[in-house]
Design a protein around this ligand. Structure first.
Ligand SMILES: Nc1ncnc2c1ncn2[C@@H]1O[C@H](COP(=O)(O)OP(=O)(O)OP(=O)(O)O)[C@@H](O)[C@H]1O
Ligand SMILES: [Mg+2]
Length: 204
């Protein structure tokens, strides 16, 4: 039995962390064993990395940022994702490899091919079955975070040009299993659109 690996991606404030628990809850109601995780994090090592790499006062050069993210990913994949996928669980991940391409490649300017190779080492080749990309117009995510009074982490504090490159990379994202959703709609509409994609995947 093999599970399904679903990733929710998109720029800051797009609604990933709002959507993922709702999808997890719907999956459980549908009788599926479902687990939601968040990157970086999800294991003790990953949580330690999260504190290091996102600390607002930290200074982390781009290559170090990449490797820290991949430490967390390698640990999460090996300890949590692969064993559960092998048992048939549905995994929902708040960010995964597309975040690396958006932030460390498009945002930081690290070379795409080398980053893809390093990522493949970290994941051992595990790829999402479905990546839901939450598309929002420029400024919307920041406005949502401001409205919620969110304290900004080190990446969120980057300049507008960085965030534009990240958002552009997400808009351009394409490939097997990549589906774009209009996340400027109300949460219930985004959830329904996402759930249709999840159901289509489970029915395959
Ligand atoms: N579809 C939506 N419409 C309006 N507001 C939303 C929508 N989805 C989420 N929000 C609100 O916007 C804020 C950011 O949402 P959320 O934390 O889910 O985004 P995120 O993509 O996880 O952001 P981050 O990258 O910072 O973790 C929250 O206050 C949330 O309640
Ligand atoms: Mg979030």
């Amino acid at each position: 039995m093999s599970g399904r690996f679903i990733v929710v991606e998109g720029p800051e404030g797009a609604g990933k962390s709002t959507l993922v628990p709702e999808l997890e809850s719907r999956l459980r109601h549908a009788g599926r064993r479902a687990l939601a995780v968040k990157e970086p994090g999800g294991t003790p090592l990953g949580e330690a990395v999260r504190r290091l790499v996102l600390h607002p006062a930290g200074e982390v050069v781009p290559a170090a940022e990449l490797f820290l993210m991949l430490v967390a990913r390698a640990d999460l994949v090996a300890r949590e994702l692969r064993p559960r996928l092998a048992e048939g669980w549905v995994i929902l991940s708040d960010r995964f490899d597309l975040s690396t391409m958006a932030y460390q490649v498009a945002g930081r300017g690290l070379p795409r091919e080398a980053v893809a190779a390093a990522n493949a080492l970290a994941t051992g080749g595990l790829e999402p079955d479905l990546t839901l990309v939450l598309d929002i117009p420029a400024g919307v995510g920041e406005a949502r975070q401001r409205a919620a009074g969110k304290a900004l982490d080190r990446l969120e504090q980057e300049d507008p040009a960085f965030h534009d490159r990240v958002r552009e990379a997400y808009l351009r994202a394409a490939g097997p299993g990549v589906v774009h959703l209009d996340a400027s709609r109300p949460p219930a509409a985004v959830l329904d659109a996402a759930w249709r994609q999840v159901q289509a995947l489970l029915d395959r």
